[in-house]
Design a protein around this ligand. Structure first.
Ligand SMILES: [Mg+2]
Length: 386
């Protein structure tokens, strides 16, 4: 496994561009006919603010702010029932045209299941914004009991893993189920099954362990050498942001999150500058953007996409033609997993979003309640086949 650094310095991520490789996808995987739906002005251009350089710092600050804003689109509630008297507004029309490109995984369920016939489905789920609603206090991002039941049911029928940016312990505590696998810190902290071949001895980042139920598991932590550095940076970030009202710093073990959901927008530049100030002294760390959160991560060639590949391999499913991985997530970090599934023509990414976004996913779901509906449909489909 190649864990070499590929980022020499802290970087800001940009909105995910549409890859030309989209056209190279195996047509049987595509949810729409290439060139048909978006051939006549249906394409949504996401405007980018043009920066006129004056002073370097101003440009940087403006770039930070742009990145923070584009990563954190406003939550939009779309009503399910459209009145006959009042037509849909512009944002609804834009959303509906966006859905031509990223169709609903619920209305396309039959199509997805037709492709899944004779295949084993493996399910990967993000947590925040996917299984739980995005809330003001990240410590209170609880999932509902009905969602927990849906996840338990689905995990009883399909190999299921949750891959979150949170610490593994934290996401396990939120979900509270033993029927599935957990990967924390964006996949940098995985507890997975012991490979069927049992051949992990050549990987120094793999440790055989026993979970609380006494089951033998494989602990994989590719960024373990970064632990002391992450702790140090966590303390520095707590210190440097303590004067910014509403800022919250979370230690996710192998990465640190700086939440600015409750920070007044006029202070977003201050928070970005503070984080960049800390990163200046740590070239082995980089910055990524999530929804109202800045994330400081080790510079290693590892992400949620790699975590999906690792888990498929651990499950003994990586070399099989008859496997259909499905990944459901709402964030930029989930794009790495969508990309792995798309580029390998392997499976489906499903983006959870109530606003149009460019994505490497194939399908979309509007919010966690639709995710639950999709999971319940998977269970009903599987039961009908037994
Ligand atoms: Mg998320």
């Amino acid at each position: 496994m190649d864990l070499k650094s590929n980022h020499p310095a802290p970087v800001l991520t940009d909105p995910v561009p549409i890859s030309k490789s989209r056209l190279g996808i195996h047509s049987s995987l595509l949810p729409y006919s290439p060139g048909a739906a978006f051939s006549s002005g249906m394409y949504i251009a996401i405007p980018r603010k043009k920066v006129i350089p004056s002073k370097l710092d101003d440009v940087r600050a403006s770039g930070w702010l742009d990145a923070m804003k584009s990563s954190s689109p406003p939550r939009k509630k779309l009503t399910k029932d459209t009145s006959i008297d009042v037509g849909p507004d512009d944002s609804q029309l834009v959303y509906l045209s966006w859905m031509l490109k990223y169709p609903s995984a619920i209305s396309s369920f039959e199509r997805i299941m037709n492709y899944a016939k004779g295949k084993r489905i493996a399910l990967f789920l993000d947590y925040d914004g996917t299984l739980s609603p995005i809330v003001d206090d990240p410590d209170r991002a609880f999932m509902s009991d009905s969602m927990r039941t849906a996840v338990r049911n689905v995990a009883n029928y399909f190999p299921t893993a949750i891959i979150s940016g949170r610490s593994r312990d934290k996401v396990h505590e939120f979900v509270g189920l033993t029927e599935l696998y957990y990967a924390g810190s964006h996949g940098m902290d995985i507890v997975g099954p012991v490979r069927p071949s049992g051949n992990d001895d050549n990987n120094s980042n793999c440790i055989r362990s026993t979970d609380k139920q006494g089951k033998e598991v494989n602990l994989f932590q590719p960024a373990s050498e970064f632990l002391p550095l992450i702790d140090e940076v966590f303390s520095s970030l707590v210190e440097i942001t303590k004067g910014i009202e509403g800022a919250k710093v979370e230690n996710n073990k192998f990465c640190v999150s700086v939440h600015y959901r409750n920070v007044d927008e006029k202070n977003w530049t201050t928070i970005a500058k503070s984080v960049h100030e800390i990163l200046k002294g740590h070239p082995r760390l980089r910055l990524t953007h999530g929804r109202k959160v800045l994330e400081v991560r080790p510079v290693i060639d590892w992400d949620k996409g790699k975590a999906v590949e690792f888990l498929l391999d651990s499950l003994g499913l990586s070399e099989c033609e008859d496997v259909l991985p499905i990944y459901v997530g709402d964030d930029r970090t989930d794009e790495d997993a969508f990309k792995v599934l798309r580029e390998g023509n392997r499976g489906y990414g499903i983006l959870v979003s109530s606003v149009p976004k460019e994505s490497n996913a194939f399908y979309s779901l509007k919010d966690p309640s639709e995710v639950m509906e999709f999971l319940n449909s998977l269970v009903r489909w599987k039961k009908s086949k037994i």
